[in-house]
Design a protein around this ligand. Sequence first.
Ligand SMILES: *Cc1c(COP(=O)(O)O)cnc(C)c1O
Length: 475
Amino acid sequence: MKYISTRGNSPAQTFSEILLGGLAPDGGLYLPESYPQFTATDLAAMRAMNYRELAFTILSRFADDIPVADLRDIVNRTYTADVYRHTREGQNADDITPTVKLEDNLFLLSLSNGPTLAFKDMAMQLLGNLFEYVLAKTGREINILGATSGDTGSAAEYAMRGKKGIKVFMLSPHQKMSRFQTAQMFSLQDLNIFNIAVKGVFDDAQDIVKAVSNDHAFKAQHKIGAVNSINWGRIAAQVVYYFKGYFAVTRSNDEQVSFTVPSGNFGNVCAGHIARMMGLPVSKLVVATNENDVLDEFFRTGVYRPRGSAQTYHTSSPSMDISKASNFERFVFDLVGRDSAKMRELWGKVDHGGAFDLNEGGYFAKVADYGFVSGASNHTYRMQTIRETHARYGVTIDTHTADGLKVALEHREADVPMVVLETALPAKFEDAIQEALGHAPERPADLAGLEALPQRYEVMEANDAAIKQFVAART
Ligand SMILES: *Cc1c(COP(=O)(O)O)cnc(C)c1O
């Protein structure tokens, strides 16, 4: 299996070669040169598999340059009941991504039972183990530099903590994350994790990461890497739970299932698109956004019009406050028939702050063939959905999942199970749940008292040179 760039001007690479990187050298995103296919016979065999067997079966098609015994070992160490232990009452942690039945043909797929209570653990935990493996094989080291407003940074730190050959330098806006998020990250005492609280807002932290990444000499000398959402390994890992969710809510492979995905960077739902392209019988892929509705606008009108950070609303589903969906390019590549010249033309506009209209050329008419539909939510709907779900089913959902459920209900089809991806647990967003329900959400027992643990972090000015010096002194 070789990976090619959506922009068509980078050499094809293997899974291990692209694992530690981000963008392809030509600025595009990597995708398999063709999607592996699962036939009816394959699906029949996969139906009986547990999560680890399923993950191995799917990932071995993507990572075919890793010896199968090694890959099996990595997968078996990653997807354990011990790691994904934050289950609801009555759920089996060894299912890794158990489902919650709300009513006939309406389900939640629990993706947030990992260490940081958000779906990003599903892929990031695998990435931590894959990075460690590939680095050990090649005798290399990597220093991950990132900026976070909450979820991504903590998922990365919990995945990389204690890993050989890896250090993490995570910038976050000083005193701007929730108390829970801050405690989750800063309470880590692992010596390979460096939390840097930058005096400023998230964009200041992000700008420093960009500036350091553009200093190619520094980047090379200090082996700077990233684990952002365009990383192919993360997408590949996410494909697995679409299969798991499909098998959990159907009895036969003649049935179809629809998935609704609370979306921001389009990474999660992109994995659903790939699962469908690989042969999973998916009816609809429902893209749910919050007030930041760039993706909803595209799927309603065919116009993709990313916005700047100044036009991004801060909402009560903050992990979806994104106005430029970095993984969207992967789907459009398929939509335009993998025409990389067309991609260079379209993203030539996006990369200069522009927009494009896929009604031109007749591409937008083909979106329906891929099952995509969409909808948007807002604070009022979010609060109402959390309240109604609690009242009707006795289930507390977080704000992002509430956006998903709100939009899912607008796209249900008779006799097609609708599966809403639960992208975070409510314990992560206590204030919003308090507002919706008048009481705080339950917190997993092992996280009680998290805010009282000793914290380890540095407060620094938003200054590129100072951050570089800090990193240089420790790498
Ligand atoms: C990251 C995140 C999302 C958005 O996922 P994308 O892959 O960026 O579309 C949704 N919900 C939660 C809780 C998240 O952390």
